[in-house]
Write a protein that binds this ligand. Sequence first.
Ligand code: 5AD
Ligand code: SF4
Length: 477
Amino acid sequence: MSKKLFIKTWGCQMNVYDSARMADVLAPLGYRPVEEPEGADMVILNTCHIREKASEKVFSDLGRLRGLKDRKAAEGDGRMIVAVAGCVAQAEGEEILARMPHVDMVFGPQNYHTLPEMVARVTRAAGSVLNTDFPAESKFDFLPEEEGAQGVAAFLAVQEGCDKFCTFCVVPYTRGAEFSRPAAQVLAEARRMVAAGTAEITLLGQNVNAWHGDGPDGSSWGLGRLIRELAEIDGLARIRYTTSHPRDMDEDLIRAHAEVPQLMPYLHLPVQSGSDRILAAMNRKHTADDYRRVIDRLRAAKPDLALSGDFIVGFPGETDADFAETLRLVTDVGYAQAYTFKYSPRPGTPASVDGGQLSEEVKGARLEALQQLIAAQQIAFNQGFVGRTVPVLFDRRGKQDGQLLGRSPWMQSVYVQGNDRLFGRMVEVRIDAAYSNSLTGAVVTGEWTSGAPYTGSAPHSGNTHTGNQGIEVEALA
Ligand code: 5AD
Ligand code: SF4
């Protein structure tokens, strides 16, 4: 009998990935995803602990779910299993169970492969299950193969956890130690995804460029080598990876940006601050100039590389002069896009008990100044594309009728009016307008002649497929 499963996801792309895999694990038990929590047989909140706001929302959602659970029971419609997963579960599992008695299951990011067992336990008996140990085995060895097609552009988790211990960050505690999935496992999964229609794979990891593994010949591989091997998969048109740490940007990976055409010219490389004093207090183990040098090497390898970053303002002890250094770094680098955060003290992290915590007002003012600078860079970056023709992989349908949405190689969202037949394909688009978060354009017909080097093709190639050196060009019928 089919059961209704509702999953709500907060936080990073790794959580989005985990939620999809939880649905895969539960599918053999008869659970099918639904869009609303009302009446669901199981509700999973897959949570994020990175900043305070995200964790607080979990408790208010849990409060609301109690009403839905009671109503379902009162209507004689059976039990709603309420589960809390993810990083809040890992960090605050016992507190959740103590404060929220209607919660049936609490499990961390490394435990969801045991969902069938947990479900059996809670359905057999009253009471709740807490599962936040870091198991000796890797969940990746126990997860089922993905259910069906993963989509035109899909994520593939290759690395998890972090050993860097930045002093502001909960990830090393909630996700555990750095772990790389074996190369053979990653390549096999990528091949399955491409065979099922995926044309773009984003390799995921909290510290994805720390990925390392053994090749079939026993030699040691880094992420650059893994990307080269993935690029051999016929039909895999685009490869991306996120999130990276500046210290793990090794020479081979940088060279891969120059040498692997399928590796897209966009890199998310967080630096957090431009002040060496603050970087040291954050335990980043690199200076602002180290970061500038990495960017210089990347741009020497790939001149059109677009950069994105993460920045924290108002870290304990940050002075106006420190913040000015951050603005200077942003000005020097020039970002296509960046994420900015006010420092949020997280329980259990060293910086949360540092002296020199700053007021909300100071954090707010710095955030605004930084956001203004970045917004100006972002719009300037996008405006540079007006009049150019770029290859767009259409992976989503827009809200309006006949609207298709895809991404440029540089991660820009590109909207066009186009035939639905273009969905899932790589198409040339002439950009006619730029906005802060997107581009609009028109599908172009004809041969692909210039622009970013590009090989590979979308799957299900149409009749105008031009082979390895070209791009599939579609007529706007
Ligand atoms: N406060 C504010 N931002 C944080 N981040 C991580 N921890 C904190 C924190 N305690 C930001 C960092 C990181 C991104 C995922 O979230 O910029 O790169
Ligand atoms: Fe957190 Fe730093 Fe690890 Fe990134 S590198 S996950 S910010 S501890």
